[in-house]
Design a protein. Structure first.
Length: 166
């Protein structure tokens, strides 16, 4: 819904501005394509995998240990002494709680870092688009994902941005 409101607002704004200054130069850019194909994005993915690898491995080991203990309880629970079974159950509950808290913290930290790095790349793309628009004297640059239709005379600067971002 917001996308349609945004597109409608952009269309209304353009129709109001263009008659007043018919010499406006307009370009489009596919920001999502630039982002997806950015070498910076690939580097960030590898960097974040490395950054969170140890914590992910620790969580995986904790999960495996919990599963082994649960299997032991299911398999041997009926033959265990009541005191021993209760101790194992309490230990499992405690370990599961610790695991859940660590997993939530991991997920929160990972998401936060991904958002931080994504925003850096998008800011770089925005700056490149702005520089290209200034260099080539474009008055308006619109994300192609917000455009329903454009004539072939509208310049697409996506490739120029991709070349500069690497």
């Amino acid at each position: 819904m917001n996308k349609w409101i945004y597109m409608l607002s952009a269309i209304v704004w353009i129709t109001q501005v263009l008659p007043a200054n018919a010499a406006n130069k307009i370009a489009i850019v596919n920001v999502s394509s630039v982002f997806q194909n950015s070498s910076q994005r690939a580097k960030v993915i590898k960097q974040l995998e490395h950054e969170f690898k140890e914590r992910a491995n620790d969580l995986e080991n904790m999960e495996n240990e919990l599963q082994l203990q649960m299997q032991t309880l299911q398999r041997d629970g009926n033959t265990m002494k009541t005191e021993e079974r209760n101790k194992l159950e309490k230990s499992l509950i405690s370990q599961r709680e610790i695991f859940t808290n660590k997993a939530k913290e991991f997920q929160k930290d990972n998401h936060s870092r991904q958002t931080e790095e994504r925003d850096k790349i998008l800011n770089t793309i925005h700056n490149l688009v702005t520089n290209i628009a200034k260099q080539e004297n474009y008055d308006i640059v619109i994300d192609s994902n917000a455009v329903v239709y454009n004539n072939s005379y509208i310049a697409d600067i996506t490739n120029s941005v991709m070349k500069k971002i690497g």
